[in-house]
Design a binder for this molecule. Structure first.
Ligand code: FAD
Ligand code: DHB
Length: 389
């Protein structure tokens, strides 16, 4: 088999890249290790920046997002019981849209199925070859049969644990990492959200977040120590803990119910540089991870492939390598700003085992400064709604 771009991974990054290339008339095959249902069963991010919404529109997959997504003009932060709303529309004239990663993925899969573009699900033992030459190859096993795709480029969109980054020779990538000593325990519940907008909460017992997927489906998170198991958290324990961490007014309005999903995500900051090795490009979680505070992971992944699609289109349609040569530097500038914002928001809102009384006062001062300073509020709003490329 031959294609122009072999895309590894059918998460949001791989699927959006496939869609953008298809619209530019560039042939691509997507190889995904899991089944379509497995990919759709993962409950992950929920908030889209305005730029991500525009990108999905450009890809022609925005109709359901506009019909069903919830446009939010701000967020609230509750700090030790004091709640403040940050009005993004007033501060920076921008909004975010609550529309789950599952739905973004579903829309992209439907568009791909409708166009007949090729995706191989349950592709086993994917391996990358000859990345430093002009004609790389991707080998995999499907239904017990070994196959090979010859291509011009490989796009590594296969997440943090994928094969793409691992295929780059030792020493060709530099990595930067911070692992946090806690995770987020999340539950999904078919009950109306506690508030129309998201509430991020800091409390001495730990961070909490009230989010949602629709007017009738809520997503809640509490910070738990690293290594904790979801089985240790029956629903009643989760609700009690969440209520204790919220300000009294929010806690009062909480409508509980049986969870329909419960999982724990570890928190990590990670960047690999550069995002290119020969004919391989890394994008999304394969290249970088942010802690979820600030909702940047999915947005960075979408932005990366928006840039990569532009660069590859320039290569094929204008016969210019300038875009692909610039891809890594261009994307990393924005990635590091999102890394900074996610790290900062994580630092202010979580409880760290090593934080002493001084550290707690600094966290409080951060909150008071955010609330009291228009410049600080605007900085939060500007970063949360998404920085320009
Ligand atoms: P992924 O979505 O990880 O997609 C990669 C795809 O590649 C997967 O489908 C995988 O099966 C496939 N793959 C992996 N290895 C191979 C292989 N060898 N061969 C072929 N295919 C392969 N972000 C937020 O903003 N908020 C959140 O609440 C949030 N929660 C998260 C919870 C979890 C458990 C995780 C892991 C991430 C979460 N994120 C969250 C981050 C966000 O979901 C990611 O940033 C986003 O999924 C990145 O998209 P991606 O397409 O780059 O990678
Ligand atoms: C959600 C996840 C986030 O990481 C975040 O900052 C906001 C919302 C969510 O899953 O809804």
């Amino acid at each position: 088999m031959r294609t122009q771009v072999a895309i590894i991974g059918a998460g949001p990054a791989g699927l959006l890249l496939g869609r953008l290339l298809e619209r530019a008339g560039i042939d691509a095959v997507i190889l995904e290790r899991r089944s379509q249902d497995h990919v759709l069963g993962r409950i992950r991010a929920g908030v889209l920046e305005q730029g991500s919404v525009a990108l999905l529109d450009r890809a022609g997959v925005g109709a359901r997002m506009h019909a069903e997504g919830l446009v939010h003009g701000g967020i609230a932060i509750s700090f030790d019981g004091d709640r403040h709303r940050f009005d993004f529309r007033a501060l920076v004239g921008r909004t975010v849209t609550v529309y789950g990663q599952t739905e973004v993925t579903r829309d992209l899969m439907r568009a791909r199925d409708a166009s007949g573009a090729k995706t191989v699900y349950e592709a086993e033992d994917v391996s990358l070859h000859d990345l430093d030459g002009d004609s790389p190859k991707v080998r995999f096993v499907k239904d017990g049969i070994a196959r090979e795709i010859a291509c011009d480029f490989v796009a590594g969109c296969d997440g943090y644990h994928g094969v793409s980054r691992a295929s780059v020779p030792e020493g060709a990538l530099r990595t930067y990492e911070r692992v946090y000593p806690f995770g987020w325990l999340g539950i999904l519940v078919d009950r109306p959200p506690v508030s129309e907008e998201l509430v991020y909460a800091h409390h001495a017992r730990g961070f909490a977040l009230c989010s949602m997927r629709s007017p009738t489906r809520s997503r809640y998170y509490v910070q738990v120590p690293a290594g904790e198991k979801p089985e240790a958290w029956p629903d009643d324990r989760f609700w009690d803990e969440l209520r204790r961490r919220l300000d009294p007014e929010t806690a009062e309005r909480l409508v509980t119910g049986p969870s329909i999903e419960k999982s724990i995500a570890p928190l990590r900051s990670f960047v690999a540089e550069p995002l290119r090795f020969g004919r391989l490009f890394l994008a999304g979680d394969a290249a970088h991870i942010v802690p979820p505070t600030g909702a940047k992971g999915l947005n960075l992944a979408l932005n990366d492939v928006g840039c990569l699609a532009e660069a590859l289109t320039e290569f094929y349609l204008e016969r210019s390598a300038a875009g692909i040569d610039r891809y890594s530097d261009r994307v990393l500038k924005r990635v590091w700003k999102a890394e900074r914002f996610s790290w900062w928001m994580t630092s202010v809102l979580h409880t760290f085992p090593e934080t002493d009384a001084f550290g707690r006062r600094i966290q409080r001062a951060e909150f008071d400064y955010l609330v009291g300073s228009e410049a600080a509020s605007r900085s939060l709003a500007e970063n949360y709604t998404g920085l320009p490329l």
